[in-house]
Design a protein around this ligand. Structure first.
Ligand code: F6R
Ligand code: MG
Ligand code: MG
Length: 379
């Protein structure tokens, strides 16, 4: 059976700051999808990661389906009403336009979709991150799909030996979608060169080179490119089919033990280590650290099992402790150096405005004629 998985997420309001949506808000989104979505979808799951609500749908309408996207949009609108009633912070924050028109892409919510012929056994992972942006997945995807140190399946399984094709999006380009396709392993250094720059280049999807099947899809929206100004971090979602001739769940997830530094956390303007967390986690320290959760599902004829909460295990407790230490360590240097993001990525304009004022107060002392002559002689 050919099915589509669509995960659509938005921040539509949260309790006490940027921590989590209220129970009533979540319940409203859930009941809206359940009541209104019967003719549109086969199954669904609603959860939250920090202040973001994600709806996972299974359906047969294909990618970019107007019906499915409208259902998500209307459910978020219904949730926003509750957020307003309760005075939640940032009510409707990620719904950037007044009226839905065809597809949530470009309207604020993040979306990742996979369309495929179901395998007899179809396991997949649904990841959602908060207080960060889509480039946060660059490193784990590179390691999980192209590095045999993390993904031994590349050596062990002959069908994976041909490698994977990465589609990478230039998210700084705003005229349209600017993307490139690169093959691992031959073009590994080119892939690495792009993925290093997490604020500009983002993995959009990955297919196998053996069969061309789709394996992974990531939301690539940059809210500030849509709205022309920052309206919050882009808190990305991702879907990954796993096992057999695709990387195993454990291969995809092993890089999350690094706790790599990503953009985000306080005021969306700092770097912090990414912490793998349990389902429906809130936010802990300095509007962070950036968090990611991962639910593993099986799907058959479009029906989902209950999720396995893969970061809910004592192993990940020890990783969380290490990540906490990394978070405290980088916070010790406040705004200096890599602790705070570069000017272009800051969510607030304060620094740019200060720099402008200070710029006028700089005084330039020109070198004397003698110094210039001496320098010219020396060269
Ligand atoms: C992401 C998130 C942050 C905020 C940022 C600024 O979920 O909540 O990126 O957008 O911390 O928030 P304000 O301006 O509301 O303090
Ligand atoms: Mg937020
Ligand atoms: Mg968020």
């Amino acid at each position: 059976m050919k099915i589509t998985l669509s995960i659509i997420k938005a921040d539509i309001g949260s309790v006490g700051g940027h921590f989590k949506p209220s129970e009533r808000l979540l319940e409203r989104v859930r009941s809206y999808v359940e009541e209104e979505g019967k003719d549109v979808m086969l199954d669904f799951y609603v959860g939250h990661t920090g202040d973001d609500v994600a709806i996972l749908f299974t359906h047969t309408n294909g990618k970019g389906s107007e019906d499915v996207h409208r259902l998500a949009w209307d459910a978020f609108k219904a949730g926003t009403e509750v957020a307003k009633e309760q005075g939640l912070y940032g009510a409707g924050q990620d719904l950037l336009v007044d009226a839905f028109s065809g597809n949530v892409r470009g309207m604020g919510p993040a979306v990742a979709e996979l369309e495929f012929e179901e395998r007899p056994s179809e396991p997949f992972l649904s990841l959602a991150a908060d207080k960060t942006d889509p480039g946060a997945y660059n490193l784990p995807l590179y390691l999980g799909f192209a590095d045999p140190m993390y993904c031994p399946g590349l050596m062990l399984n002959p069908k994976m030996g041909k490698g994977f094709r990465f589609t990478i999006m230039d998210v700084a380009y705003t005229e349209g979608d600017r993307r490139i396709e690169l093959n691992a392993p031959e073009e590994l250094y080119d892939i690495a060169t792009l993925l290093r720059d997490t604020e500009r280049f983002v993995v959009e999807k990955i297919v196998t080179r053996e069969t061309g099947e789709i394996v992974a899809s990531v939301s690539t929206s940059r809210l500030h490119n849509i709205a022309g100004k920052y309206t919050g971090k882009d808190d990305p979602v991702m879907l990954v089919r796993v096992q057999k001739d695709f990387p195993a769940a454990g291969e995809v997830l092993s890089p999350y033990a690094i706790g790599h530094y990503v953009a985000g956390t306080m005021r969306g303007s700092h770097n912090g280590p990414m912490m793998p967390v349990k389902r429906n986690s809130s936010i802990a320290f300095f509007d962070g650290p950036p968090i990611v959760n991962c639910l593993a599902f099986s799907v058959h004829n479009g029906k989902l099992t209950e999720p396995a909460d893969v970061f809910d295990h004592p192993f990940w407790d020890s990783i969380r402790e290490k990540v906490s230490e990394k978070a405290v360590e980088i916070r010790r240097q406040g705004f200096f150096g890599p602790a705070m993001l570069g000017e272009n990525e800051l969510e607030y304009t304060g620094i740019t405005e200060r720099l402008k004022t200070l710029d006028e107060r700089f005084q330039v002392e020109m070198p004397t004629k003698e110094v210039i002559l001496a320098a010219a002689k020396g060269s």
